[in-house]
Design a protein around this ligand. Sequence first.
Ligand code: KG4
Ligand code: ZN
Length: 351
Amino acid sequence: MIVLGIETSCDETGVALYDSERGLLSDLLHSQIDLHRDYGGVVPELASRDHIRKLAPMIRQAIRDSGLTQNDIDGIAYTAGPGLIGALLVGAATARGLAWAWRIPAVAVHHMEGHLLAPMLEPEPPKFPFVALLISGGHTQLVEVEDIGRYRILGESLDDAAGEAFDKTAKMLGLSYPGGPKLSALAECGHAHFNFPRPMTDRPGLDFSFSGLKTFALNTLQASERSEQNKADIALAFQQAVADTLTIKCRRALQQTGLKTLVVAGGVSANTQIRSSLRAMAAGEKAAIYFPRPEFCTDNGAMIAYAGCQRLLAGQQEPLAIMAKPRWPISELTAAGSHTAHSQITPAASE
Ligand code: KG4
Ligand code: ZN
């Protein structure tokens, strides 16, 4: 089965063609970083307009790159949420319109399910069941994954998501949007002498809280000389605190569930210090650990094409309405092919 994947939930337009037999056939990404940089963050209306400009030409290009024609495509997968409503509607309306014209099914994909399944695109994919750590700009969640669509939330962030904390701390240190990767680059020049807390690790449970770390970074910055070296030291201390906190909670989740496989996905999983800290922990626990390749950690069309393909292969059918859900808890999803998927959800654009 060949599926066209469309991702437009935030500030990246992603388009990919995935073949269940041959794997990824084409994969295109357009980032809106230049568009939003002057504003210090994503401007939703600008994001929507740019998706409108880029999406159709990218779909044409992706089909050309794959060497196929539109007649070879069996289904379309689009990100239906969570995300920015205007941005989601561009992808959803385009997907539904094309599916109607081409007389093929379209399936609404949950963005975080896309992230969660991204490691499945690698040559040696993880096997179910596993614990997943999802760390993106909007979400930080530990999920027990029994199969596609069978998710139990073990813990999540009570305030800022890990990526959000990275971005806000980066802004405070004077780094431009998007701050996460820039903070990480700055931390490479840091010396380890500031000691940051590891929030919520001194009590039982698997929830996270990262907003205090950002305040701790601000207080440290204000109490110290504003030199470039001090900023790099703060970046390193912040990153180390996030890495340690995530690692402690993941170890706890593995021990609590008795599972021996950890999957880490979402934008922040591109961070090398976090990857190596989690790898070392997994080795100690004799657990297998899986990450997507760095370009599939952040938003992309390939993960949406893959997730949609699995659901279509399982026989999932959906109403013909355009679906866009800015807020959509992953725990609302049901197993692929259960035919009740999305049944709790009004199949219409909502805000
Ligand atoms: O998954 P993603 O692309 O979009 C969402 O679904 O939110 O994640 C974006 C987040 C941003 O907060 C970005 O700063 C963060 O991932 N990020 C990183 C790194 N690369 C991306 N954070 C820390 N280190 C990185 N290398
Ligand atoms: Zn994402």
